[in-house]
Design a protein around this ligand. Structure first.
Ligand SMILES: *Cc1c(COP(=O)(O)O)cnc(C)c1O
Length: 344
């Protein structure tokens, strides 16, 4: 791996971050807060929230098995996705490599930050080799994006190839594990200490059932997290989100129950899809959704919309021609979809 200083944009490396009122007294007992021009009335909403979200991070550390100093929390995964470009990629100069197809935000954030995005096509099994990814890099490649289980294809990316990519690359490897709660594959966040160039993303938007509160996580070395903390907005995770996430962390068994239920439903849905004459193939999945090749994705999509049922049309995505992406819902919702498709 190159040194973190070589990988970081020079202006970010030398940045003197904003020091918030609440940062400066940190560590000592305080009773009277007359430092931040807050209104003393309307507790608890009158006070700025903890800029480093330490109470929440302690709870997340317990659940995820990652040290507090290796955790960054943001306004959804969207925030760390954007932040890695702003911290490491010089606009107009640096580039990133990513598997293709994958989650759309990696490219959108590259475009916003004027960073060249180099997609590398998956094979017919939606897999990739480390060699292929590494061949697409050059001396200006700062990041490689891998999403596992991948969106929209649903499958795990072969773990050995991910590890080879991490070990073979001089820059940073981003592994988005947004759907890892649904997968049996061993997570990479448990191996952070072995790979100083690894950044793992998690979110509360999927298995944790909290898309509305906007809480995303990045797990990485303490040194990388310190760079993120310099660049992020001082109060990037609001109090309501911190409180709600803390509540959710108290009951991880509820998440386990949801996951189990959704995986049972997934099996039922896939079995039903395979019997539909309009379904040509269901691809293997390790997530709470699956990709299905249909006879005519566009027409079937429109037909479903007319009946108030919304799925994701991935027809225009490379390697996903005529594919619909189906999220697993409740038993009732899933039943409605199947009933509508049987009448098509
Ligand atoms: C849904 C999803 C996310 C979640 O993004 P949030 O901003 O945390 O809601 C992240 N990565 C992938 C691949 C996703 O599909």
């Amino acid at each position: 791996m190159k040194s973190l200083q070589e990988l970081t944009r020079p202006n970010i490396w030398s940045l003197a971050p904003y020091s918030s009122a609440r940062n400066e007294y940190a560590g000592r007992e305080a009773r009277v807060f007359l430092d931040a021009n807050e209104n003393p009335y309307n507790a608890p909403f009158n006070r700025y929230p903890d800029p480093l979200q330490l109470e929440l991070k302690a709870a997340i550390s317990n659940v995820k098995g990652v040290a507090v100093e290796s955790i960054f929390l943001g306004n959804g995964s969207d925030e760390p996705i954007d932040l890695v470009y702003r911290c490491f990629c010089q606009p107009g100069v640096d580039n990133v490599v990513a598997i293709e197809p994958t989650y759309g935000m990696y490219k959108v954030c590259a475009d916003i930050n004027d960073v060249e995005y180099r997609p590398v096509l998956l094979d017919e099994h939606y897999q990739i080799t480390a060699d292929k990814l590494l061949k697409a890099t050059d001396s200006h490649t700062k990041l490689i994006w891998i999403c596992s289980p991948n969106n929209p294809t649903g499958n795990n990316i072969n773990r050995e190839e991910i590890v080879k990519t991490i070990e073979g690359f001089e820059g940073l490897v981003m592994v988005d594990e947004a759907y890892s709660d649904f997968s049996a594959q061993k997570t990479l966040r448990s191996e952070l200490s072995r790979y100083p160039n690894l950044i793992v993303l998690n979110t509360m938007s999927k298995a944790w059932g909290c898309a509305a509160i906007r809480l995303g996580m990045a797990f990485a070395s303490k040194e990388i997290i310190e760079i993120f903390n310099k660049v992020k907005y001082p109060y990037n995770v609001n109090l309501l989100t911190q409180q709600q996430a803390l509540e959710a962390m108290k009951d991880p068994f509820e998440v386990d129950k949801w996951v189990k239920l959704l995986l049972e439903e997934r099996k039922r849905m896939i079995d039903s899809f395979k019997l539909l004459p309009i379904c040509q193939e269901v691809y293997p999945t390790d997530a709470n959704f699956f990709l299905a090749k249909m006879t005519d994705a566009k027409q079937i999509y429109d037909y479903l919309v007319d009946r108030g049922i919304i799925v994701r049309n991935r027809n225009r995505v490379q390697l996903c021609q005529n594919c619909l992406r189906i999220t697993i819902g409740t038993k009732t919702e899933n039943g409605e979809l199947i009933a509508a498709l049987r009448q098509y």
